[in-house]
Design a binder for this molecule. Sequence first.
Ligand code: FAD
Length: 553
Amino acid sequence: MSKPVLLTVDDDPEVLNAVERDLRHHFRTDYRVVKASSGDQALEAVRQLKQRGAQVALFLVDERMPQMSGTQFLIEAIKIYPDARRVLLTAYADTETAILAINRIGLDHYLLKPWEPPSERLYPVLEDLLSDWFARARAQFDGIRVAGNALSPASFAVKDFLASNQVPYQWIDMEDEASVRELLSGSAGGAARLPLVFFPDGTSLVQPTARELAEKLGMQTRARQPFYDLIVVGGGPAGLAAAVYGASEGLRTVLVERSAPGGQAGTSSKIENYLGFPSGIRGDDLARRAADQAKRFGAEILTVQEAVQIKREDPYRKVILSDGSELAGYAVLIAPGMEVRRLETEGVNELLGAGVYYGAALTEAATYRGQDVCVVGGANSAGQGAMFFSRSAHKVTLLVRGPDLGAAMSRYLVDRLAETQNVEVLLNSTVVGVRGNGRLEGITVQDGATGTRREMPAAAMFIFIGTAPRTALVADVVQRDPQGFVLTGRDLMSDGNRPAGWTAARDPFPFETSVPGIFCAGDARLGSGKRVAAAVGEGSATVSMIHQYLRTV
Ligand SMILES: Cc1cc2nc3c(=O)[nH]c(=O)nc-3n(C[C@H](O)[C@H](O)[C@H](O)COP(=O)(O)OP(=O)(O)OC[C@H]3O[C@@H](n4cnc5c(N)ncnc54)[C@H](O)[C@@H]3O)c2cc1C
């Protein structure tokens, strides 16, 4: 298979040659560098590359070109290669244009000229972007292939698992008979039991569970050490930050995650308010980077492992996992975040994975390309979901129960939705019924103000109706408030008294729960910020409290 292409465009021959030289110097082993001296010439090259079936990983384009600006070129080029990363080369004076391009074309980065030394100012940026691209690049002939039915919950579960763990795969819809017949002829069970997952080593799995997939893909599911300084439960931003800081500061650290690292943030199609990412970042990219960072410092990350019980055996803390194994350590940080609220409407459960989805289900954008879909909810996550699907669906209807979209949604998203032509916002709208035979066909919406009901056709419905803390695990272990949020630090003190059953000869540390040595950070903690940055801050700050605690045991 030929190498993916890095395409650079600049009308200034000196700059063009310098970019080409630097790109070749650093990336030539894995990528092919193609250059063009104008937007028109570059578009012609892009069309030819497409015809030849080449992959384009990156466009690196000068903004100021006389006939066609960099942004204009990118608008056209990404119609042909929508997944390629987009970088503008700008002069200082062009930064306004670059910021506009972030919104207009989803610009990934703008690089200020000159980029000397490239080892500091060019390569790290491009390496990050290329690893994001690679994580999602469609596996071609030699990658993993999943054959199934687009509207089957089992197929969705496999796709969702692979996507949330950033494993590239090629999806083969069973309706595409010709391509599937050949694949199925050699597999036991044939088409009767779907989905089928084919691996590059020639093996296949029929209707695999998440655990079987994780093990086959070489993900770590079991602990390597008998004892840890810090056991983290939950791999969202709070848990990942604690793993990075804990491991980087020398603590023997293990993190347990029931599904894939990233948590709620990992399902976000674009996080725009996280410090240091002016163009926004996909939640799964942020999660993958954080997990890589934690592992680089020596943290172990166990996936597809749920913590089902936490035990106190002083001075040790033990975490029992869903497969019956046990982790032992000095300190435990619970960062279990939030779980989505379920829509209690008849028929919803029967159509889960067959048109009805909780959260953004990013893998399904292609399935519903050109169709009418609904997004249910009125907070930021629903707004992000509506924006995400507006790029591929024919029409997105955002159904908001309350009378005011701005009540729970950030202003920038409200504005973005208003500017997007194929998004319609229906206020005072509650979903009271769903219908469909094996797949969602339509929904019934009730107007909260008038009580009138209307039928709406919908190929898919993505539900974002709020969350509740996922803290049942520690219900009998630590103090929680009536909503299930975990109390920590000063919130545990009452009239200067320490919490009932408290055994240490000191007050609880910040982020420490009512049991010494068990800490809590992130959304599940009472009073937390409910934002990615807040969760990251809490997870990392907890590590310094854990150091203090470890001095006492
Ligand atoms: C769609 C969406 C978009 C969002 N967009 C933004 C945004 O743009 N900006 C922003 O600042 N915030 C955003 N948020 C909010 C942000 O994602 C959360 O505040 C943040 O993820 C909270 O981090 P956390 O680590 O506390 O918990 P979570 O992200 O909820 O992660 C908790 C993790 O713990 C795991 N877990 C739970 N229980 C167990 C157990 N018993 N065993 C093992 N693992 C367990 C879960 O599987 C999960 O992965 C968004 C949220 C959603 C849902």
